[in-house]
Design a protein. Structure first.
Length: 173
């Protein structure tokens, strides 16, 4: 299988099939990552498309990790949207009005409650830990997270340790 970086080089050289393959590889992970930030499927889809447009516009040659770079671009787009007061208010309202699972699904309800408890705990974390959680939950490695956040890998590891301790305390309350 061709590397992401090689596909990207082919894409910026004009090969639309390379774009199709990159899009297929990154559509779901980037959408999920964006959705965790903006909490609105339509907005997350907009972020996904904006990310690919931004990546095409930037045309960075010789990137070390396309995956880390495209997640970094997506992260910045999400942060820009979060700064908008009206969008932030809609995202908070949508989270507060979340739907319960269908009746009669005890196991599904228990899973939903555990996930909601974890989400509330993550929401109470300071911003650097929340970002770290979202990036790791998207499947990025410590090295990729370090590149995106522009911090040393050791800092990522120590923040991960602290984040896990904080989440455990929050969830056990």
């Amino acid at each position: 299988m061709e590397s992401d970086e090689a596909l990207y080089e082919r894409w910026i050289a004009g090969d639309l099939r390379a774009f199709d393959e990159l899009y297929a590889r990154f559509e779901r992970p980037l959408f999920g990552f964006a959705l965790a930030f903006v909490r609105d499927a339509a907005e997350a889809e907009d972020v996904l498309h904006e990310a690919f447009l931004a990546v095409l516009r930037e045309r960075a040659r010789g990137i070390r990790s396309f995956r880390a770079w495209v997640f970094e671009v997506t992260r910045h787009l999400c942060l820009n949207r979060a700064r908008s007061k009206s969008r932030a208010a809609r995202a908070v309202a949508a989270y507060a009005d979340g739907e319960e699972p269908p009746p009669g699904a005890d196991e599904q309800l228990a899973t939903h409650r555990r996930a909601a408890t974890l989400e509330r705990a993550v929401a109470r974390l300071p911003a650097p830990y929340t970002e770290l959680y979202r990036l790791r939950a998207s499947g990025l490695s410590y090295d990729e997270v370090a590149a995106i956040l522009e911090i040393p890998v050791g800092t990522v590891k120590s923040r991960m340790h602290e984040m896990v301790l904080r989440l455990k305390r929050e969830v056990d309350r």
